[in-house]
Write a protein that binds this ligand. Structure first.
Ligand code: ATP
Ligand code: MG
Ligand code: MG
Length: 350
């Protein structure tokens, strides 16, 4: 079969590899860590540092198409891959979402609402940003944040210095605190021909900045669903995205939906689709990357996904005793606090 390459070999790369193998592709995985979760389920694992652009290029040269599983793949590495194979999604999706400032500019430029925000590049500009955005607010590093890392909350202007220290005095963005009713996300696939097929909305519960639970399809009015689909279509087209992407949303009640952030890839809040939909997010992504038509995203079940974080994973033997529970373990060799070790999907009648 044709080969598809995946840049990054964490759990998302692993689940992409498994879905791709089911469709008959040879899967190549590139990750600096030779023993990463995806390396053990693929046809060929390539281990080299991200800045070894020659290695990235050699990897891509063996593939009919290349994709990525996380947005912190260096742009130089993606461009090196693109010199040897089609890269889907392309550099535009990566570049616009790697940095929270370019991301927010892009979203607002499409006429889509976010929390109020301002750039904070120094303690002085943070103080100026606080004048504009006010409190309560959240200071976030522009790059490399995930699972709520690199963030500090401010209750008043007096917290500026402590927050600036807390995030390590890095280029940052200050966001007004959104008093949302709940958090939702829309995960969608965009095919090579521009067709966008969204999955139904998921409702997401975070604790300590980490996603704990997602339930899909979320209960939502038609107005909310329409707004979410319109947001996904505009963002997908604006990125010229090929593959799956996710948009994290705040349900602001009367004010409609605000976008929190975009993930230019398969997303934790889409894991419920792998057992509840004929074509889940991993299959949809591999179809799009291969240039195939998309599959059917209409769910046949309702599903609640619960992440197994750190030692949560120790309960897996009890969890699999329930016939409505599907277990997904990521094969990580070491349990660490806060680390995503696996998830379970609990299915119910729709
Ligand atoms: P992810 O793992 O989703 O990439 P992240 O580290 O990029 O997470 P965010 O999504 O920015 O972090 O924030 C994590 C969570 O913190 C959000 O899901 C939400 O619960 C809360 N949060 C973030 N920004 C805001 C905001 N402006 N107002 C209110 N709550 C917020
Ligand atoms: Mg994020
Ligand atoms: Mg997030």
């Amino acid at each position: 079969g044709a080969a598809i390459g995946i840049l990054g070999g964490g759990q998302l790369g692993r689940m992409l590899a498994m879905a791709g193998a089911q469709l008959g592709f040879d899967i190549h995985v590139f990750d600096p860590e030779p023993n990463c979760p995806a390396a053990r389920v693929c046809d060929r694992a390539w281990a080299a540092p991200w800045d070894d652009l020659g290695a990235v290029q050699a990897f891509a040269a063996r593939c009919a198409a290349v994709t990525f599983e996380f947005e912190n793949v260096p742009l130089e590495a993606l461009n090196a891959a693109a010199s040897a194979a089609p890269v889907r999604p392309g550099a535009r999706s990566l570049e616009l979402t790697q940095d929270r400032v370019t991301e927010k500019d892009f979203i607002n430029g499409l006429g889509i609402a976010t929390a109020p925000w301002a750039v904070a590049g120094s303690l002085d500009t943070l103080k100026a940003a606080l004048e504009r955005v006010g409190t309560p607010s959240i200071l976030k590093t522009r790059r490399f944040g995930y699972d709520g890392k690199g963030q500090a909350r401010l209750k008043s202007q007096a917290d500026a210095e402590a927050a600036w220290d807390e995030i390590g005095r890095q280029p940052a963005i200050l966001e007004g605190f959104a008093s949302f009713r709940r958090e939702l996300s829309v995960v969608a696939a965009r095919a090579l021909d521009g067709t966008v097929l969204p999955f139904p909305l998921a409702e997401n519960v975070h604790r300590g900045g980490i996603l704990r639970e997602s339930t899909g399809p979320a209960e939502a009015s038609e107005a909310i669903r329409d707004q979410a689909i319109a947001i996904a279509e505009r963002i997908g087209a604006g990125l010229e995205h090929i593959g799956v992407f996710a948009v994290e949303l705040f349900d602001m009640g009367e004010q409609g939906l605000w976008v929190n952030e975009i993930a230019p890839r398969v997303h934790n809040s889409g894991h419920w689709t792998m057992d509840a939909c004929p074509a889940g997010q991993f299959e949809q992504h591999m179809r799009a990357v291969a240039g195939w038509p998309l599959g059917d995203p209409e769910p046949h079940s309702r599903c609640t996904m619960s992440n197994l974080i750190g030692h949560d994973v120790d309960a897996w033997t009890d969890l699999i005793a329930d016939p409505d529970v599907r277990l997904h373990l990521y094969g990580k060799r070491e349990v660490r606090d806060g680390r995503k070790m696996g998830h379970v999907n609990r299915l119910r009648k729709l």
